[in-house]
Design a protein around this ligand. Structure first.
Ligand code: FAD
Ligand code: SIN
Length: 530
């Protein structure tokens, strides 16, 4: 049996779990007021943030205004957005764009020195600031560089958060009715030494990103296994709106590739047209905004066309645009397609929908506080009320930075009230051994992806959801049994987290007896629009 190493106990004012846009921007603010430790399960720059293409929405120039951005966001959210949150995020956007510029992010400008603004589905104006077609990479670069050079920030790469620490670890009963649950830090698997370390903190920020990796076809990198959501669920914190999984309409059809390469929505804003294999357009049958309808509508339309024709993909056509314009605005996509033998200035791009974004997550209030004291959440793992039943394109990076900033301000103000809890025991792995059969883990992961993709995808039904929960229960019990007797490993923890996240998606989908936004259930065919 492996012993835990007591000398590895560390203490910081702020513990940040995750190094994407939410985690890094929180850390940079908090570090002005105390010591910060960022843990991240792979390298510093491996995050969903780094994959973002289209950009970040912010009202910048006339004729755009806050009212229009608020209205577009509320329209997409189908009546489930929190209007107070939407207003707060939209109106704070310009100051957070300023902050990103100060941290060294570059956004594209036109020849007259103004920001070059793109437009995407559901937006009534051009308001997407971007860096070519790899905005996320640029943001991740800038924030990672700033964090690395900050004297108050310690970065622990290849450190995997296993559980947050609460009164449960002091031997107390913690259940969902308890109102005074507190977070004292986290148990963290150091992948370099394979030991579980105790990191104590006065404040913890959960910024673990999305859940897309639990589906077969996804734009999300492999890190997106819902760890934060599952950890907080196990700690009896509040989770909401998990049924609203956004499928991006246009990922590149290339079945061998995982994650699926995204073809940004900005391409449709730029004049791209969806067509069937025979060249016919079809979006006019589904929505008067045609190619620029919100993504839930476009993804369902494509799904419907694929089922009707039996084809594996539809096409996005930008071959009518100038080659130079395509190369300048979308160099990443242009080169990717060329590498696969597709010249997008002459040929159409084969595309399919892919699991892309989780609108729900760890429930937070207007100050980014979770239901667990001393624990904040921001970014994709959180549910702020911004997106409701469907997220508007490019509103996610914006929500991440605005709420990370709100959380940092609140945490800094309250830091004096939060003290280290020194009674926390070390991680106990007595009676466990190395799991010998890796195939049990890898096969279970595949089964989970199949269950989620076949039964909990773009179109759902009561019988599909029932089948999903029945199948999931089998792998849930098998995995729990394996977990109880195994030494902690990242693969097993990720599988466990992914199954619990899948369970929450199915449970909340079954509880929603209607079709709304991203949750479409054939048994309730009338789509609620508010
Ligand atoms: P992430 O950037 O995913 O960061 C999560 C971090 O947590 C990672 O560092 C991860 O390693 C770490 N982590 C996770 N679990 C653990 C654990 N157990 N222990 C330790 N560390 C852990 N949104 C937009 O607004 N505009 C766009 O143009 C856009 N384009 C997109 C394109 C693609 C292909 C994808 C997939 C998404 C896109 N999105 C876009 C969505 C947006 O990028 C994400 O929602 C956002 O970047 C999430 O940021 P985050 O900080 O919450 O999470
Ligand atoms: C895209 O570029 O189409 C993705 C934008 C987003 O997910 O917000």
């Amino acid at each position: 049996m492996r012993k835990t190493d007591i000398s590895k106990r560390q203490k910081y004012d702020f513990l940040v779990i995750g190094s994407g846009m939410a985690g890094l921007s929180f850390a940079l603010k908090a570090a002005e007021h105390g010591s910060v430790c960022i843990i991240t399960k792979k390298g510093l720059t491996e995050s969903i943030t780094g994959y973002a293409q289209g950009g970040i929405s912010s009202v910048t120039y006339h004729p755009d205004n806050f009212e229009k951005h608020i209205k577009d966001t509320l329209n997409a959210g189908s009546g489930l957005c929190n209007p107070e949150v939407v207003k707060k995020i939209v109106t704070k956007a310009p100051e957070q764009i300023e902050q990103l510029l100060k941290w060294g992010t570059n956004f594209d400008k036109t020849t007259d020195g103004k920001f070059d603004l793109h437009r995407e589905g559901g937006h009534s104006e051009h308001r997407i600031l971007h860096h070519k077609d790899n905005t996320g990479f640029e943001i991740q670069r800038a924030l990672s560089t700033a964090a690395k050079s900050h004297k108050n920030i310690t970065i622990l790469e290849h450190h995997f958060a296993v559980e947050i620490i609460t009164q449960h670890h002091l031997g107390e009963t913690v259940n969902k009715w308890r109102k005074d649950i507190e977070c004292y830090g986290a148990y963290v698997l150091n992948r370099n030494t394979n030991s579980v370390e105790t990191i104590l903190a006065r404040v913890t920020m959960m910024a673990t990103g999305g859940v897309g990796a639990i589906y077969q076809t996804t734009t999300n990198p492999a890190i997106a296994t819902g760890d934060g959501v599952a950890m907080i669920y196990r700690a009896k914190g509040a989770i909401e709106n998990m049924e609203f999984i956004q499928f991006h309409p246009t990922s590149l059809y290339n079945p061998q590739e995982r994650p699926s390469f995204l073809i940004t929505e900005a391409m449709r804003g730029f004049g791209g047209i969806l067509r069937k294999k025979d060249g016919q357009t079809f979006m006019h049958k589904y929505d008067q905004r045609e190619n620029l309808a919100p993504r839930d509508i476009v993804a369902r339309a494509i799904d419907n066309e694929l089922k009707a024709t039996g084809d594996d993909y539809v096409f996005l056509d930008v071959s009518h645009k100038k080659t130079e314009d395509l190369k300048t605005n979308f160099p990443n996509i242009y080169n990717k397609c060329i590498s696969l033998g597709i010249d997008i200035s002459k040929e159409m791009i084969p595309v399919v929908p892919a699991a892309h974004y989780s609108c729900g997550g760890i429930k937070v209030d207007i100050n980014s506080r979770t239901s667990i004291s001393r624990l904040y959440a921001a970014g994709e793992c959180s549910s702020t009320g911004m997106h409701g039943a469907n997220r508007l394109a490019s509103n996610s990076l914006l929500e991440s930075i605005v709420f990370a900033n709100i959380a940092a301000n609140d945490a800094i103000q309250n830091l004096k009230n939060y003290h280290f809890c020194d009674k926390i025991p070390e991680w106990n792995d007595e009676g466990t051994s190395q799991p010998e059969e890796m195939v049990l883990i890898t096969q279970c992961k595949k089964e989970l992806e199949q269950i989620m993709s076949y039964y909990v995808g773009i179109v759902r039904s009561n019988i599909r959801l029932k089948r999903a929960v029945d199948r999931l229960e089998i792998i849930y019990h098998e995995t729990e049994e394996l977990y109880q007797k195994s030494v902690v490993s990242q693969q097993l923890c990720e599988l466990r987290n992914a199954i619990q996240t899948g369970y929450l998606i199915i449970k909340m989908a079954r509880n929603r007896k209607e079709s709304r936004g991203l949750h479409y259930n054939m048994d309730y065919p009338i789509q609620i629009k508010v």
